[in-house]
Design a protein around this ligand. Structure first.
Ligand SMILES: Nc1ncnc2c1ncn2[C@@H]1O[C@H](COP(=O)(O)O)[C@@H](OP(=O)(O)O)[C@H]1O
Ligand SMILES: [Mg+2]
Ligand SMILES: [Mg+2]
Ligand SMILES: [Mg+2]
Length: 331
């Protein structure tokens, strides 16, 4: 399905995300005492730092000249107060990179601290949905290559996502997408397994849609999504889920719409790493992604999506209807 042009990029990204997912799974199995609080009061864990260290290390080795814009940095790890977190990060990363030291790990993490737009860069969320991760729910490892402002290659690991939402027993997928070429899912449990192509649902009538939004109500206006869903005639209850796993379930047809609508009075600006990989996975699978006004997501103001308000992803054919309903709602 994928052309040879992106073979090395895809394989480095896929391998790095698989290693990071394995690290996250071992930390999540034993989550106590691995969580710290950032200056903005949001949680960060040993696994966020470990995942960023492993992926940035792999990217730096394979593509030394391509900047990386990632969520975390090593500053708080280097404080005395968080020495116990650094110690655990070192132990977790050494399981994958035996020669790693505290110094090299902090350097790898900070390889992800390019802070402005470039014509070609990687963007990484080492754990998206940290609150879900800590709760034992959904989270994602989200990596995308952005070229000329558009995501072109993505690897999105979803270690807790069931293969089938109605059967939570088997889970763990990594989604790989290439712009204009398609999207596939690979089981995380078997690195040798072939991928399966994924497609959005061919829902033509909005009332048949299922929509998803954030589990955390502070991240997205639940009541607004529900009311717009009502206007569209949607009767199915919303799927509330953490992380870019929401993009993945739209991409493979478990849901038709992902609403991320700002709460009234919110001055939060969305970050590129929360959307770059997910957007590409949905678009390559046949869906559409825009902000809530129908404008394309603009990654040229990295690290912020400062030109956009909210995000809407859909299975495709219903996108214009959904954007129209949002405009009618706002009126
Ligand atoms: N007030 C807010 N509004 C919208 N998104 C927010 C927010 N505060 C934090 N976030 C973002 O919401 C992401 C999680 O999204 P979701 O609710 O879909 O799981 C967080 O990613 P991290 O968990 O990587 O920090 C964070 O970037
Ligand atoms: Mg995030
Ligand atoms: Mg994160
Ligand atoms: Mg965070």
């Amino acid at each position: 399905m994928f052309s040879d042009a992106t073979a090395e990029t895809r394989s480095v990204a896929l391998r790095a995300v698989r290693a990071a997912a394995a690290l996250c799974q071992t930390v999540q199995a034993d989550i106590d005492d691995t969580v710290a609080t950032k200056d903005d009061r949001s949680p960060v864990t040993v696994a966020d730092f470990g995942s960023q260290a492993l992926i940035c290390r792999a990217l730096q080795q394979a593509f030394p000249d391509t900047p990386v814009i990632a969520e975390e940095d090593s500053a708080m790890l280097q404080t005395e107060e968080q020495a116990h977190i650094l110690e655990q990060v070192v132990a977790r990363v050494q399981a994958h990179e035996p020669a790693a030291t505290a110094e090299s790990i902090c350097r790898w993490i900070d390889h992800g601290n390019a802070d402005r737009y470039h014509d070609r860069f990687w963007t990484l969320d080492p754990i998206d949905g940290t609150k879900g991760f800590v709760r034992g729910d959904q989270y994602a490892i989200a990596l995308a290559l952005v070229e000329d402002g558009v995501p072109t290659v993505a690897a999105l690991g979803c270690p807790n996502l069931p293969d089938n939402l109605d059967d939570p027993t088997s889970h763990g997928q990594v989604f790989v997408a290439v712009r204009d070429e398609g999207a596939m899912q690979f089981p995380l449990s078997d690195p040798d397994a072939d991928g399966t192509p994924i497609h959005t649902r061919d829902t033509a009538q909005a009332e048949e849609a299922r929509f998803c939004d954030s589990f955390v109500s502070a991240h997205s206006a639940h009541d607004k999504a529900k009311e717009v869903g009502d206007m569209l005639g949607i009767s199915a209850p919303p799927i509330r889920m953490d992380s870019q796993a929401k993009y993945a379930i739209v991409a493979r047809g478990d849901a038709d719409i992902y609403f991320r609508l700002p709460r009234p009075g919110s001055d939060y600006t969305e970050k590129i790493w929360d959307h770059a990989a997910g957007r590409l996975v949905v678009e390559a699978a046949g869906g559409r992604v825009s902000d809530m006004h129908g404008e394309p997501l603009d990654f040229t103001h990295a690290p912020l999506l400062s030109e956009n308000t909210g995000v809407v992803a859909t299975s495709g054919a219903i996108h214009d209807n959904v954007i129209q309903a949002l405009a009618d709602y706002e009126r």
